[in-house]
Write a protein that binds this ligand. Structure first.
Ligand code: BES
Ligand code: MN
Ligand code: ZN
Length: 499
């Protein structure tokens, strides 16, 4: 797909997208289009109950005499609310309308509304971002009916008063989009294909973008004492891996890095505490945290972020063979603390325990943020709207909340506390890996905190509710795997940690 920015000019082919504010009020380009169609748009508004609300799309097939195929009028809402997110949603709505058609070209001519808060070049870049995000499809395993699942779009043009500024803004946006696409691909990939070793290979391939990539195998992890992570993988035929990604873009070479840690359970059967058939479906996506970290690191590298960043991802397959870890086993983590494993399905926290410890002790980071599809309980609490946020640091929490809001990946903070921590007391070891029957997401976070050094600002994002979706619920996400996490991490870095 070719994407370009240009000064407004006549559209002579393909689909012409114009905008209307709530009212509806046609913006200048839409008024021009209305004139060109002899008033077809104006007549179409009331009969289609088009009011200009965000998400609305009015389609007018081009009458004879025009060389374009159709006009799409997209609703932009109220001018004071129209921002980068609104631009993305509007462009995605237009591209979504073309799904299943043969259309190869689309041109956006959305005038910047007066009274809006975002500059024209930013609007243009985010129109492009929304359009591209919506074209994503995961069709690697289809051999038939491709036409109905594929976008035929080849050329996207965004008109803007300052094409050079838009292009510059777009480069950073595109880096993020590509990072999200990588994360979506990894989550969508079936588990027979995406083993821990295969995930490691795909991470290795990012070295060509300037990332430093190390992949540790089981022997190395054993030497490091990672008994918690290794215990999870020991019931699988496939070797566990630890991937370390580094991006060194800070002006001060020796600046301590920001650290991201991802749960990479390539398939979670539950282990001997086996899940039900229903509960196991979708557990290929249990590496969504690892995917987000990988995608975010890719984005930082491609847009040459002025930051030192590390990503540490623990990759395992949780399976129940004869060598599998048992409920009642006690394992020793890299931190030296022992864990009584009472439920082998509470495996993510065991993987993270060692990955978190490794990230902190090796890199002494400014902060560490882990992302994990950790608990079903977070789905009960927050559904698919917010990720759960847990943290020992108010400043980091606030920054994450703001970044999430800005990019459409909102988070909701839940509490931590001594009372919850007590629920992890074990009869024979330093802790057990499950709490009581309630507050499941909190006790999981509480478990992780036992592997966070007191001086390290830390945040845990439980993304079990947002890493994948069953129906197309989000306007910008046309696939099962959402790529959640790439954008919020990138934005957090951009707003606070570059220089
Ligand atoms: N990967 C699951 C969490 C999960 C569940 C993610 C549903 C997405 C959808 C995790 O490893 C798990 O199995 N957690 C258990 C913990 C319990 C045994 C304490 C859970 O949530 O039931
Ligand atoms: Mn599990
Ligand atoms: Zn899991």
């Amino acid at each position: 797909m070719q994407l370009s920015f240009a000064a407004p000019s006549a559209v002579n082919s393909g689909t012409w997208v114009v905008g209307a504010l709530e009212g509806p009020t046609l913006l200048p380009a839409a008024a021009k289009a209305d004139k060109a169609t002899g008033g077809a748009i104006g007549r179409g508004l009331p009969v289609n109950r088009f009011t200009g609300k965000p998400g609305q799309v009015l389609e007018v097939l081009a009458p004879a005499g025009l060389r374009i195929s159709r006009i799409l009028v997209v609703g932009l809402g109220k001018p004071e609310n129209f921002d980068a997110n609104g631009a993305e949603a509007a462009a995605a709505a237009a591209v979504g309308r073309l799904k299943g058609t043969t259309e190869a070209q689309i041109a956006f001519e959305i005038d910047t509304p007066k009274g809006g808060k975002v500059k024209g070049a930013q609007i243009a870049a985010h129109l492009a971002m929304g359009a591209k995000l919506k074209t994503y499809a995961f069709n690697h395993y289809r051999t038939k009916d491709l036409a109905e699942h594929e976008s035929k779009l080849q050329k996207v043009t965004v008109f803007t008063a300052d094409p050079a500024a838009a292009k510059k803004a777009w480069e950073a946006c595109d880096a993020v989009v590509e990072g999200m696409f990588l994360a979506r691909d990894l989550v969508n990939e079936p588990p027979n294909v995406l083993s821990p070793v295969e995930f490691g290979r795909r991470a290795k391939a990012l070295a060509k973008l300037g990332l430093k990539v190390e992949v540790l195998g089981e022997a190395q992890m054993k030497k490091l004492g990672m008994g918690a992570l290794l215990g999870v993988g020991q019931g699988s035929e496939r070797e566990s891996q630890l991937v370390v990604l580094q991006w060194n873009g800070a002006r001060k070479k020796a600046a301590s890095p920001v650290a991201f840690v991802g749960k990479g359970v390539c398939f979670d059967s539950g282990g001997l505490s086996l899940k039900t058939g229903q509960g196991m479906m979708g557990m290929k996506g249990d590496m969504g945290g690892a995917a987000a970290v990988t995608g975010a690191m890719r984005a930082l590298a491609v847009r040459k972020a002025k930051v030192n960043a590390v990503g540490v991802i623990g990759l395992v397959e949780n399976m129940p063979d004869g060598k599998a870890q048992r409920p009642d086993d006690v394992v020793k983590s890299m931190s030296g603390q022992t864990v009584e494993v009472l439920n082998t399905d509470a495996e993510g926290r065991l993987v993270l325990a060692d990955a978190l410890w490794y990230a902190q002790t090796r890199f002494k980071p400014r902060f560490v943020i882990d992302l994990a599809t950790l608990t079903g309980a977070i789905l009960v609490a927050l559904g698919g709207e917010h990720a759960g946020l847990f943290s020992n640091d108010d400043k980091l929490s606030e920054r994450l909340s703001d970044a999430g809001k800005a990019v459409g990946e909102p988070v909701w903070r839940l509490p931590l506390g001594k009372g919850y921590d007590k629920l992890l007391r074990s009869k024979i070891a330093d802790m057990k890996n499950i709490g009581g029957p309630s507050a499941g997401s909190i006790t999981a976070a509480q478990f992780l905190q036992r592997f966070v050094q007191e001086k390290t600002p830390w945040a845990h994002l439980d993304i079990a509710g947002v890493a994948w979706q069953d129906n197309e619920q989000k306007p910008l996400i046309p696939s099962w795997g959402t790529g959640w996490g790439v954008r919020i991490l990138d934005r957090l870095v951009k707003d606070h940690y570059e220089g």
